[in-house]
Design a protein around this ligand. Structure first.
Ligand code: ADP
Length: 534
């Protein structure tokens, strides 16, 4: 075939490999549901379904002042949270960097650093004004400050204040921590430093998101993170968590929040259609074959999958498809393409802003563009398909489309280290196509996880006799993470496939809201629950 045909075939193949049709989505959700139930019945499963021992969901009337420590995101955070009991709160926080050395060195050094950060916070202005850490009168020892720890790694929890690290994720690999009780590791560090602080509760960021969203909106069924990593926690019937056996908590019945650790879905690598770009990422990751679902979904990885696609197009033989066969230094770097950049590219594409000077927009394409087939880029929805079989001539591009491509080119030049003359407008279109493929798949797979929770909790009629009529009530979901907050149309793409999986009726009732300061407020709420449980 001709050159454009070959290019089209290659791009079609890539696009096909990222496609998830309705049947695939349903099959994946079915597998997800089966894994949920396996994880609820047995310990040690890839879908860990961790009982959190958090048995109550806040309604917004809770009050008190608590410390919170949050490890597992991009930054370490120490917060002081005042809950006012009217669905509002005040939060003071200080962020601290966690160096690569701390992430991969000895665990005691990492936990000493956590303790030092809490100490620094308490002695700084951030911690002091309404700091409950004031000495008791007449030499009486004040009670230790209660602290909730948000620890966003898979932990097998055995009590609200006890949990054993199963494995590190998200680039952490500190030695001598796996298998240990992280509350004890932290408390020992506090004690070594003579800090009058007691870690009373351990939660995951997903649990924090659920609790904080419930506090600010009067209820919540699922807390979900779409940031560096992805995970979700939902409200389960204790009776369904059969692996608890005859744990005393079972007799009390009721509900318990379960941390799914859904990032481990597909660790068996049988459930998701996997591309060579995914395999390359997995092989070069620090945890090959683990967190398989997360590697399709989260901010840490989407840029890298896209980078792998772009490199394969740069290297395409005999004629390169991108950037005249040149890879910039940045694109050559492992994890050199951040998901934030994908976000910038799609924002540049989606903005409706017309060029200020439309005459400028009619400026001719660079000569190599004019000669090459131009992407079919009129559609701004996700179905954008580069149709090289029907080449559009440059003149057929609308000023708006031209302007969008020029904006993307500007991003590529300013952020990826390319010289302007190395980036054609067709390159811009191809890059944006690659970004949307990767993120669309991520959003669709995310909807499988959310749909699984809706099915498991009985919100979807026709599935199981105990399906709850959703009625007019909102099904509230608290979310956190840069991906869902900032990526253009991530939620819209997710909802599109969610509709397929739970029906339009249920999808409409799902209210997705930001769990603002979820980790801090959630940790405070869990500390409150701990003090109540005594
Ligand atoms: P964390 O999950 O670590 O608490 P975030 O929710 O901010 O923190 O997620 C950070 C991840 O989100 C990084 O992997 C980064 O690549 C990605 N990211 C940062 N900004 C954006 C953005 N504007 N759009 C999409 N992803 C982003």
């Amino acid at each position: 075939g001709s050159r454009p045909e070959k290019i089209k075939a290659l791009l079609d193949d890539i696009e096909q490999s990222f496609e998830l049709d309705e049947e695939a989505l349903k099959t994946i959700t079915g597998q997800f549901l089966a894994d949920f139930n396996l994880g609820l019945s047995e310990y040690g499963q890839a879908m860990a379904m961790i009982p959190t021992f958090v048995t109550g969901v806040p309604n917004g009337t809770e009050t008190g002042t608590f410390l919170a420590l949050d490890l597992g995101g991009t930054n370490l955070r120490v917060c002081q949270v005042d809950l006012f009991g009217d669905q509002t709160f005040n939060l003071k926080q200080q962020k601290y960097k966690v160096s690569e050395q701390l992430k991969t060195g000895e665990a005691t050094v990492l936990f000493d650093y956590l303790a030092d950060s809490v100490d620094a916070f308490l002695t700084s202005s951030a911690g002091s004004p309404t700091n409950p850490h004031t000495p008791g009168e007449l030499g009486q020892d004040p009670p230790a400050l209660p602290l909730g720890l948000t620890f966003s790694f898979p932990v097998e929890q055995t009590a609200l204040d006890q949990g054993y690290l199963l494995t590190w994720t998200k680039g952490f690999a500190a030695k001598n921590a796996v298998g240990k009780d992280v509350v004890k590791l932290l408390q020992d560090a506090f004690d070594r430093k003579h800090l009058h602080v007691k870690c009373v509760a351990l939660v995951n960021d997903t649990v924090g998101a659920l609790l904080s969203r419930a506090y600010t909106s009067g209820g919540c069924i699922l807390g979900a993170i779409f940031g560096t990593g992805t995970n979700g926690a939902y409200v389960e019937q204790v009776a369904n968590i059969t692996k608890l056996g005859n744990h005393p908590i079972v007799a009390k019945g009721g509900e318990m929040i379960v941390n799914t650790e859904w990032g481990g879905f597909n660790n068996s690598r049988t459930a998701l259609p996997t591309t060579p770009f995914d395999n390359k990422l997995d092989r070069e990751s620090i945890n090959p074959h683990y967190q398989a679902f997360e590697k399709f979904i989260s901010g840490m990885y989407l840029g890298e999958i896209t980078r792998n696609i772009l490199l394969s197009l740069i290297d395409a033989a005999p004629i390169p498809i991108l950037f005249k066969g040149k890879a910039s230094d940045q694109l050559n770097k492992h994890y050199g393409l951040d998901t934030e950049m994908l976000s910038l590219i799609e924002t540049a594409w989606m903005s409706e802003d017309a060029p200020a000077d439309t005459a400028a927009a009619h400026a001719p394409l660079v000569p190599s563009d004019a000669a090459a087939p131009v992407a079919h880029v009129e559609k701004i929805d996700d179905s954008l398909l580069l149709d090289f079989s029907k080449p559009l001539v440059a003149a057929a591009l609308t000023p708006l489309t031209l302007h969008r491509l020029q904006r993307i080119r500007t991003v590529l030049v300013s952020q990826l280290g390319y010289a302007a003359e190395d980036v054609t407008l067709r390159d811009a279109a191809v890059v944006r196509w690659a970004c949307s493929l990767v993120v669309r798949r991520a959003a669709r797979l995310s909807s499988c996880a959310v749909a699984t929770v809706a099915h498991q909790m009985g919100f979807v009629a026709g599935l199981g006799s105990d399906a709850k009529p959703v009625g007019d009530t909102d099904v509230k979901i608290g979310v956190d993470g840069s991906l869902i907050q900032h990526y253009p149309r991530f939620e819209a793409r997710m909802r599109e496939s969610l509709r397929i999986l739970v029906g339009a009726n249920v999808e409409q009732r799902i209210e997705i809201g930001l769990a603002k300061d979820g980790s801090g407020v959630g940790a405070a709420l869990s500390a409150l629950q701990a003090t109540k449980q005594g």
